[in-house]
Design a protein around this ligand. Structure first.
Ligand code: GLV
Ligand code: MN
Ligand code: MN
Length: 434
């Protein structure tokens, strides 16, 4: 429940939609050429976005620091600065040719919450930390949420050398190229005792809120993901000279594998499993040469952690059968693996109360996408607020959310943090982590 003294303060801290819109526009300008926004994890552009976030937070008088994972953390000291802190934030990287809102909406909402508190008479009891996480998207390296995974103590220096992007650049090398020291990644770990709770605002990336005319989504679970990289080695040869029965066509084998992915996800025992082949590269890529080599990625998403991993094993076994039948070689590796999580009811309740106090429509829903909150929930009780995505589109240039809807979500975020600030620790972390 929102404590009485905080409820009095609520109307004096309205969030400013114009400011959110301006910030989203400024981040959107930090992009590679091409459609939509391309600001990949551990790129110079991602670092520019972090610098912009840090400069805006410094201008508000917050203390800003970067950690060894590339996360940027701005702190507003509370009246009891030595106690545990409340946090909010999201990520500033994008997928290739993505939209303006994924991650950014949550960072801009956090910035506006900071602005509203700083320019009010009200001071939090606990310190509040505003966080821009590094490299949340798995689009570049496969493994998602590197910044928040480091904060949760899940990343070692050795891990960073193993994961590579499609050009063969390891995460360590990419970090070093933007001035980060992968050897010191362990220093980014957050201690549970330093945190009271964390709440992230994010666009829904689905159609539930829009279709039901609901303003606020209160997330109760976040899907897990297992990602594989598969290489098929066939024999490249002349498309005219090689008879059909003598071919070892890597792309024909890959096509069977892609359809096996779709079939398993549509199987009655996999209700809720989603499997996608999102990247497929064919060599030599000539009209007149039989494909000799194909590599492709698989992204398996599920709310059932055991089924998620079982699906990966089943598919790997099927790919081996398909390849053997066609005389094609196969190598596969796991390039990302994250468990689903269920978010604690205490934070869900706080968000629900805040939405209700504002007279906003809300509903519980689960997240099919991954989020930094998934990792942070291992450190401290964590919640998520979703705002509607127009036509549900995300990870594409057409991704859109009404600025007014982000402002409503930011107001609920602010009210939730005020309530948590006054309500003490909601409970021990990690018990609900799958
Ligand atoms: C994050 O955007 C994801 O890929 O789920
Ligand atoms: Mn995101
Ligand atoms: Mn994303």
């Amino acid at each position: 429940m929102i404590p009485a003294d905080s409820a009095v303060a609520l109307p004096h801290m309205p969030v400013d939609v114009a400011r959110i819109e301006r910030w989203i526009g400024e981040f959107a300008a930090l992009t590679e050429e091409g459609p939509g926004v391309t600001r990949l994890g551990y790129s110079a552009l991602e670092r520019e976005a972090h610098a912009l976030f840090g400069a805006e937070m410094s201008a508000l008088g917050l203390t800003v620091r970067g950690d060894t994972a590339g996360n940027t953390i701005a702190e507003l000291s509370g009246l009891e600065p030595d106690g545990p802190a409340l946090g909010t934030g999201s990520h500033l990287d994008s997928v290739p040719q993505g939209g303006r809102f994924d991650g950014i909406a949550g960072v801009c909402a956090a910035m506006e919450v900071a602005r509203a508190v700083v320019q009010s008479e009200w001071r939090p009891r606990h310190s509040w930390r505003f966080v821009a996480f590094a490299t949340e998207e798995g689009a570049r390296f496969g493994q998602a949420c590197n910044g928040s995974r480091a904060a949760a103590g899940l990343v070692s220096t050795g891990d960073l050398a193993v994961v590579k992007d499609s050009h063969g650049v390891s995460m360590s090398a990419a970090m070093a190229a933007v001035g980060l020291d992968p050897a010191r990644i362990a220093e980014s770990r957050w201690r549970s005792e330093d945190w009271l709770a964390f709440v992230e605002l994010h666009i829904e990336q689905g159609t539930v809120l829009e279709a039901s005319g609901t303003s606020i989504g209160v997330v109760d679970a976040i899907s897990g993901s297992t990602r594989l990289l598969v290489h098929l080695d066939g024999v490249a040869s002349h498309t005219g000279g090689t008879p059909m029965h003598q071919r070892r066509d890597a792309l024909a084998a890959a096509s069977e594998c892609v359809l096996a992915c779709e079939r398993i996800a549509n199987d009655a025992t996999h209700h809720g499993t989603r499997v996608t082949v999102g990247r497929l590269e064919v060599q030599p890529g000539s009209i007149t040469t039989i494909p000799g080599e194909v590599s492709f990625t698989i992204d398996i998403r599920d709310f059932d952690s055991e089924r998620q991993r079982r699906t990966a094993h089943l598919l790997d076994a099927q790919f081996r059968q398909i390849s053997a039948a066609r005389g094609v070689g196969i190598r596969s590796s796991v390039i990302g693996d994250t468990s689903p999580v269920f978010l604690p009811v205490e934070i869900v309740d706080s968000i629900v109360s805040a939405a209700r106090e504002r007279g906003l429509t809300y509903r519980l829903l689960s997240s099919g996408a991954s989020h930094d909150s998934q990792q942070i929930s291992r450190v401290t009780p964590t919640g998520m607020i979703f705002v509607p995505s127009i036509r549900g589109l995300s990870h594409v240039p057409e991704e859109n959310t009404a600025f007014d809807d982000i402002a409503l979500g930011a107001q609920v975020l602010l009210d939730t943090l005020i309530a948590l600030d006054g309500s003490g620790a909601p409970g021990p972390a990690a018990a609900w982590t799958a």
